[in-house]
Design a protein around this ligand. Structure first.
Ligand SMILES: [Zn+2]
Length: 152
């Protein structure tokens, strides 16, 4: 198994592959990731497109720690062109919400911790601001309430 295959398995996010890794000091690891899919579906008409229009600047997406090192995914969101609609769109991914710099599973992890610990403790341990921790917690709490309401 080469290094990137090992990291792919550690990362365990389907549809993403690690193309580069960097250790930043003793406490951080950066994994540069790319989608393994060559197409994305248009949010307006549902048609699959393989025409990559451009890519965003690299975004740093916080993910679960690996062996006690803070882990960031270095990710470039692709913009595809939909021929039928004559429009471009940014691909959606299931491992992260749009316009948020955390993975879904990292948000879940923070939410679970805040249920047991204080916001200031979690913020300090994770190197986040208290506002960021509060924001994640409130988003997920709201989401859970919505799910509970649907089940009734
Ligand atoms: Zn379309």
């Amino acid at each position: 198994m080469n290094n990137n295959e090992l990291l792919n398995r550690l990362l365990g996010i389907q549809k993403l592959q690690v193309i580069k890794s960097d250790f930043i000091g003793e406490e951080r690891v950066h994994l540069e990731v790319a989608s393994i899919l060559s197409v994305a579906s248009c949010p307006d008409c549902g048609q699959l497109s393989n025409l990559v229009h451009d890519e965003s600047e690299a975004q740093m997406i916080r993910d679960l720690s690996i062996a006690e090192r803070q882990c960031y995914l270095v990710y470039r969101a692709r913009r595809f062109k939909c021929e039928p609609c004559k429009k471009t769109f940014v691909e959606r991914v299931e491992w992260k919400r749009a316009n948020v710099s955390y993975t879904e599973r990292y948000e879940r992890y923070i939410y679970q911790r805040v249920r047991r610990e204080s916001i200031s403790q979690v913020a300090q341990d994770e190197g986040l601001s208290e506002e960021a921790v509060q924001g994640i917690f409130e988003y997920r709490a709201k989401k859970r309430r919505r799910h509970a309401a649907i089940r009734k």
